[in-house]
Design a protein around this ligand. Sequence first.
Ligand code: GLN
Length: 451
Amino acid sequence: AEAFNAAVVSGRPLNAFLVETPDHALAAADKADADRASGDLKPLSGVPLGIKDLFCTAGYATTAASGILDGFVPTYDSTITSKLFGAGAGMLGKLNLDQFAMGSSNETSAFGNVLSPWRRNDGGNAALAPGGSSGGSSAAVAARMAPGATGTDTGGSIRQPAAFTGISGIKPTYGRCSRYGVIAFASSLDQAGPMAQTVRDCAILLETMAGFDPKDSTSLDEAVPAWEKSLSPDLKGKRIGIPKEYRVDGMPAEIEALWQKGIDWARDAGAEIVEVSLPHTRHALPTYYIIAPAEASSNLARYDGVRYGLRDLPEGANLQDMYAATRAHGFGAEVKRRIMIGTYVLSAGFYDAYYTKAQRVRALIARDFEEAWGKCDLLLTPTAPSAAFALGEKSADPLAMYLNDVFTVPSSLAGLPAMSVPGGLDAQGLPLGLQIIGRPLDEQGVLDAGL
Ligand code: GLN
């Protein structure tokens, strides 16, 4: 990667880490030495990971990159972090993100932007977004500060940052990874997954992260396959669908070219390419931006100044004043925007017109995919409609920011496994990502195609 700028790889200038926890990583390294000596190495013995700061970590501050969780130190670990640590991994630190995972550029964090380690090859030095919401994770892995990181994906937050930074990231089938102890954004969409340099590393991490958890009522009671051992780049006998509705108006030529390159790679690997139709695709963004804020407004009602973190109690204030002051000062602008949209679409007079309607359209979007599976085994699309944009370029225009999620939200609404893998560099030397979407529970097919 010629455009990779080693000058910024010292780490801190990227603002990827909110909290550094070298004690944790060192303890895991010591434990790995002891386990090696006793012939008891575990799958992730000593591997130092970055943990998105949306995962609760016992004894370590967890912020969701929001002021409202100021001072919150969880007393328990998320299921995922406890599984990773149980498998021998250590934690390098908690990674920056968009506040409550709401965003596509990491610019909604209360703790400042994350910088992508990439620069355009135009001689300028424009600071680029690492994608979002898992922007600390993508920047840390792309800059080789961590061999892997956890991410979460509600509408693209693993895949789009992976694409922007030239790494791999998989959002598994909804329910594969436990949501227990992962701070909730939109519960019917939230899924955790790994981000790493290679597809193989993602497979290794996902094997530890996935699995049934009785503490999450939407967890799937399914065995976790040996994905890594079964990895195969051979796509003979696989039909790869190209959804024609993803050829959106105004798609940049470089994204068209990327997609064609992906199609050629798949054909070379033995796949049969078929055109498929997902007719409700154009309704996915509006549907997502009703359902996700609706669920967020409900999930974020718990931050009341009583139970977690920040409490703003003005002189002589009553309980209502405290709620209002805490939420006014604790939440960032994007989070407030989502709470207002969500409260509106759930309100008595508008519930049917917006929320119920969106749920119906969500069912149609899911049905589109079910019909496509009659014609193909996997779908191949670009991950995002552009390469990384500059910091500040879209932050004043929420709609422009939301449009960047056009290719990732449909599979989120349908709960399908989907992955972004590097697809090469554009004319400006920036990475572009290809997305592979699979049938429910077919992470193997997705990983194989990504290989
Ligand atoms: N960019 C999308 C949003 O802002 C997706 C975020 C995510 O997947 N957490 O909602």
